[in-house]
Design a protein around this ligand. Structure first.
Ligand SMILES: *[C@@H]1O[C@H](CO)[C@@H](O)[C@H](O)[C@H]1NC(C)=O
Length: 783
């Protein structure tokens, strides 16, 4: 037997070698390895990434994941925005909702903790004192995380916990690890992420005659007045239960949950509820299936019942869904890069998540219940981040219906918005007003211009215009009156001015495509407004006061909240003219001056600067800050100044320093997929600097081969000849054998599929794609 066994790997190895050889010679590459197998959900769970390791289906409504500490206060919460932190020694429990990589937080709803044994603590204990309360120590060595599946041994609770998730459910399997013991499940409705005092406004729980437990909770957190209901079903009958309120009950009139139900076996309401469920003494695993609904308990029950099967069946179904979603991109690259890119694709397929119930009902920004007809309502819109690369990536790796549903959800949200405008940062249908701009506009325009249909284009354009002309919104009235946002009237005025101007350009683009010349002309004119914030003397985008002067004193390195810029300074924000980088190059004094300024940004000596007060500032290369979004397109801008090889060199520098296939492998918050989408594009050799332009700017690839199966069924094969550390520059590029001598690819070229080949070399090709006619889209020189 041992002999036979040891033979197997040899055979496998020979077979692999043969495959690799075949792949090298075949016209269409054979990429045997599944992308699914390369995903490591632990990447980003430490350091600055703020990702979670738990179980989630593609774009799933439930993100079932461990929380290591929800008892944080103030600044300590930031590091726990995803509930789990790799560095933490204990797990407090498993809750149903999490953001992937957000810089602010909420959620962590319906926290559950299994317990084997006679003692069931009702308090979580002290995160700094492992062994206290119901929290439990665990070892990373006994932890398993893959798409749609998570497992861990809870050492202090005597339970091995496994989690999986369907689109609208989370399923847990809890197995006692020390033989037959009394098994319990604790449900703590007091717990949530960013759980400052007074956050839980009201909660309720009831045990129904059919054994299903339901309840609702109303919280006032990042989202104001958020309502979430749940339904939980156990695989074995309960032998007992206890519903406990840990504070004196107070009446709360605003509660929107259900009133008392006459059919309940037991029920309790209050602000601080804990429940214990008992299953008797057993050595058998117990399965717990949970669902949520932002509508009501009936919605949660319907969601619970909509996905059938036991733990293994759900896990298998979700694994199949992940295989399908991830294997549209097969990659062949050195092992760490392959894991980083595969995981990046995984992280880019988590949001915008499903937020509507199985019957179509959802809660909108007006806090009322609506019904989606013919599409799935989605939310979790981190638009300031995701308009850049995340949404453009979805148009290449997901069926068009995904983006169609996103656009329909945006339009519907606008229709239910008390302010009559598109979402800014919305989750579970509720608006948080976080970050700046009206970046739903580029998402919708990019979708329409790429030919994605199935939504009301007139309503979409109307929604975009409404958002862009809503005077009460963040200095917009002043912006419309003056052509810039004045800093003495509105904070972060420089950033707002340039971001509004870009969004305006996307409205003009959509209007022109729809034959609405009047709207197009108005917004094309507005898209020039970035010039009003450009200071020719210093070469920086700066904030102007209402008297027309630039605000002084001016320090381009200063980063302060509420200052002239949003989460950044003049160095990062002075490059934000994606609609017309050519004019910016001219304004800066031409190609050489632009290249010099870009170099000055990357090579800036920041050793004497302290940005530790700004939470989002991480991943510095000089004044280039990869850990936050304003910098994301900047390395690609050398292409607009006739120096593509400088872009290639900077990308080598960024990818080499900002992404690792380790828990602390993301240099900044993943921001609902944006950091990850950046890597997926960059690894393939191109990036959407200007969503809405229908172009991708060529960088340099980081994969030896990749096969992208496009939504239209065609495949794009990316091949990088001679790619290694000693060959970091692009010598030439061909598309289906034809030389590409310009610095961009068109969307229709990508969608037509075929073979995109990069020939890599040691020295820069300083003549490739350098002529003005070779440069990517700019509105002032539009082809
Ligand atoms: C460099 O680019 C130019 C212009 O596209 C091309 O003609 C030349 O062959 C390239 N050089 C190499 C070594 O690939």
């Amino acid at each position: 037997m041992p002999g036979e066994c040891s033979n197997l790997p040899m055979t496998t190895l020979r077979f692999r070698t043969l495959l690799a050889l075949l792949a090298g010679f075949a016209a269409t590459p054979l990429l045997a390895q599944s992308t699914y197998d390369q995903v490591d959900p632990m990447i980003g769970t430490g350091g600055e990434g703020h990702t979670f390791p738990g179980a989630v289906a593609p774009f799933g409504m439930v993100q079932f994941s461990p929380d290591t500490d929800t008892t944080c206060v103030l600044r300590a919460c930031y590091s726990h925005a995803a509930g789990y932190r790799y560095e933490d020694p204990t797990i407090q429990g498993f809750s149903l909702t999490h953001f992937s990589g957000a810089g602010h937080s909420d959620l962590g709803d319906v926290l559950m903790m299994p317990v084997a044994g006679d003692t069931v603590p009702f308090e979580p204990g002290d995160a700094g004192k492992p062994g206290t309360g119901y929290r439990s120590r665990y070892d990373h060595a006994a932890e398993v995380a893959r798409p749609g599946y998570y497992a861990v041994a809870l050492k202090d609770r005597g339970v091995r916990a496994e989690l999986t998730a369907g689109t609208r459910i989370g399923v847990a399997r809890y197995r006692p690890t020390a033989g037959a013991l009394p098994m319990h499940l604790l449900l703590d409705l007091r717990s949530s992420l960013y759980n400052y005092p007074g956050k839980v406004l009201w909660s309720s729980i009831r045990l129904r005659p059919d054994g299903i437990v339901t309840g609702c909770r109303q919280t006032r957190g990042w989202a104001p007045d958020r309502n979430l209901c749940f339904a939980i079903r156990f695989s074995v009958p309960l032998t007992g239960h206890a519903f406990v309120s840990t504070e004196t009950d107070v009446a709360y009139k605003g509660f929107q949950g259900p009133g008392r139900g006459s059919d309940a076996v037991a029920e309790r309401a209050g602000r601080a509820l804990v429940a214990r469920f008992d299953f008797g003494t057993t050595d058998r695993p117990i399965e717990v299936t949970s669902a949520i609904s932002s509508v009501d308990e009936a919605g949660a029950i319907a969601n619970l019942l909509s996905e059938t099967g036991d733990f293994d069946a759900i896990a298998a179904r979700t694994a199949t869904a992940w295989h399908a979603a991830l294997d549209v991109l097969r990659i062949d690259a050195p092992a760490p890069m392959q894991r980083s890119v595969a995981t990046a694709l995984y992280h880019s397929l988590l949001a915008p998540s499903v937020a509507g119930d199985v019957d179509g009902r959802y809660r909108g920004p007006d806090n009322q219940v609506h019904r989606a007809n013919g599409y799935t309502f989605r939310s979790t819109f981190s638009l300031w981040d995701t308009f850049r690369a995340e949404h453009p990536l979805l148009t290449l790796v997901q069926p068009a219906t995904t983006t169609r549903d996103i656009v329909r959800s945006l339009i519907a949200s606008r229709e239910h918005s008390p302010d009559g405008i598109l979402p800014v940062w919305q989750f579970q249908g509720r608006e948080t007003w976080t970050m700046i701009g009206y970046h739903a506009a580029p998402v919708i325009a990019d979708a329409y211009l790429k030919g994605i249909r199935g939504f009301d284009a007139d309503a979409a354009l109307a929604a975009m215009v409404a958002s862009a002309t809503y005077a009460p919104y963040a200095g917009l009235g002043e912006y419309m009156a003056r052509g810039y946002v004045p800093i003495d009237r509105e904070p972060e005025a420089a950033s707002k001015t340039v971001e509004y101007a870009y969004d305006d350009w996307t409205i003009a683009r959509l209007a022109r495509a729809m034959g609405r010349a009047d709207v197009a002309a108005t917004f094309a004119k507005r898209s020039e407004n970035w010039r009003n914030s450009f200071d020719a003397k210093t070469g920086f985008i700066r904030a102007r006061k209402s008297d027309g002067t630039f605000r002084v004193p001016f320090d381009p390195t200063a980063i302060n909240y509420g200052s002239d810029y949003t989460e950044g300074n003049a160095w990062q924000y002075s490059w934000f003219v994606p609609q017309d980088q050519a004019s910016l190059v001219r304004a800066l004094g031409g190609d050489a001056a632009t290249v010099a300024k870009l170099d000055a940004m990357f090579d800036f000596d920041t050793s004497k600067l302290d940005y530790s007060h700004a939470e989002d500032i991480a991943g510095l290369i000089g004044q280039y800050i990869h850990g936050n979004e304003p910098s994301h397109h900047v390395a690609y801008l050398y292409n607009y100044a006739g120096a593509p090889w400088r872009t290639q060199a900077r990308l080598t520098q960024i990818v080499g320093s900002q992404y690792r296939a380790t828990p602390d492998g993301l240099s900044g918050n993943d921001d609902l997929g944006q950091m990850s989408a950046w890597l997926v594009f960059t690894a393939l050799g191109f990036y959407p600097v200007t969503p809405g332009s229908l172009e991708y700017v060529i960088g340099r690839p980081f994969v030896n081969r990749a096969v992208l199966t496009l939504p239209n069924g065609r495949t794009l094969t990316v091949i990088s000849d001679d790619l290694d550390d000693r060959h970091p520059y692009v010598g030439k590029v061909t598309l289906n054998g034809v030389p590409v001598t310009r610095a961009y690819l068109r969307h229709d070229e990508i969608m037509a599929g075929g073979e995109l080949r990069f020939v890599m070399q040691a020295a820069p090709n300083t003549t490739w794609a350098t002529r003005p006619a070779d440069r990517p889209y700019s509105s002032s020189s539009a082809r």
